[in-house]
Design a binder for this molecule. Sequence first.
Ligand SMILES: Cc1cc2nc3c(=O)[nH]c(=O)nc-3n(C[C@H](O)[C@H](O)[C@H](O)COP(=O)(O)OP(=O)(O)OC[C@H]3O[C@@H](n4cnc5c(N)ncnc54)[C@H](O)[C@@H]3O)c2cc1C
Length: 345
Amino acid sequence: MVENILHRRSLDASASQNALIGRVLREYIVPDLYPFAIGLGMVGPALLAHGTVEQQEEWLRPIASGTAVWCQMFSEPEAGSDLANVALSARQDGEEWLIEGQKTWTSRAMWADWAICLARTDPNQPKHKGLTMFAIPMEASGVEVRPLMQMNRDAHFSEVFISNARISDKWRIGEIGEGWRVAMTVLAHERAGGGSRGGGDGSARGSQLPSWIADIQTLNDLSSIQREDISAVYSHDTVSRWTSQRAADEARVSGAPGPAGSGAKLRTVRSYKGRARLSNLSAGAHGMLESGHGYIEVMTAPSMSIRGGTDEIQRNILGERVLGLPGEPRLDREAPWNESRKGLL
Ligand SMILES: Cc1cc2nc3c(=O)[nH]c(=O)nc-3n(C[C@H](O)[C@H](O)[C@H](O)COP(=O)(O)OP(=O)(O)OC[C@H]3O[C@@H](n4cnc5c(N)ncnc54)[C@H](O)[C@@H]3O)c2cc1C
């Protein structure tokens, strides 16, 4: 049955059918769709919102069928939380663009066929205005991927160095100077997805115990303190899933994800950390070893608060856009990027 559902997902499901399929998949342990998550969850929706008909025809079906893996080349050494500070440059040369610069923390770059890449096309404009979005084929000449090792020993993300790569103007996504708008669509979908790995983990299996609790239970007899701890994490986890569902439903109704995705991401991260801690503690001293139960999850947990925008940035978004608190001082908003940037150098 799960195979049928996965197959259906790669066909012509509508957005609401897709949401329903996602909900059913969460009930089962299914293959991990992590390599496809950027394409399915972020690039696909951004192409539907900003891509041309030709681009949708070229890219959407390979994304849906899993024949093309995409990565997201946004972050740079000086542009993470302050993403509008992106420096990677794209210079127009007739029908082509000349790309030069560095990206970092690019998950899946070593497997990707394509990258959605935010570039600076006009350094004389204020930082949010001189940006343009491109799709870059990862096998293009001048693109070099250097994998990095994380503290959980995962090597799924990389630095990407681009030197004199030439790409066609037909791979520009959105208008010149509109890159920030496209980036916001991509990020809103990323947050609404709550850093999802793209597959089910069996954690929503009706009346049965979620897999992570069953897992802990097989390791030892639970003390009353452990039961209490598990109940607290389970309650939070359940609320977290409802919050993500509400954010996704709101996004479907309004046509685009909004700041509710930031709340959903914060809760999802807290749930992940709680589950990782409990699984690891339940293994006792063995949990301190690399082979120990829950060790990898504990070592992965801090990165959950960073990827897709840090916890602090999600709280800023909620403060400003949901609670209506005064915005942060942003002194470099109107100045030309190449002048305001001098303060950083
Ligand atoms: C596992 C993992 C996978 C990733 N995958 C990708 C990817 O595929 N593609 C991609 O483009 N990027 C990716 N990233 C990068 C990620 O988006 C950035 O690391 C993140 O946005 C933070 O940027 P930074 O690392 O430059 O930290 P900085 O922005 O330098 O932040 C440093 C600290 O300062 C805090 N801070 C910064 N500004 C503010 C503020 N205004 N208010 C309050 N606190 C603030 C931050 O919260 C943080 O604690 C990934 C990161 C990780 C860890």
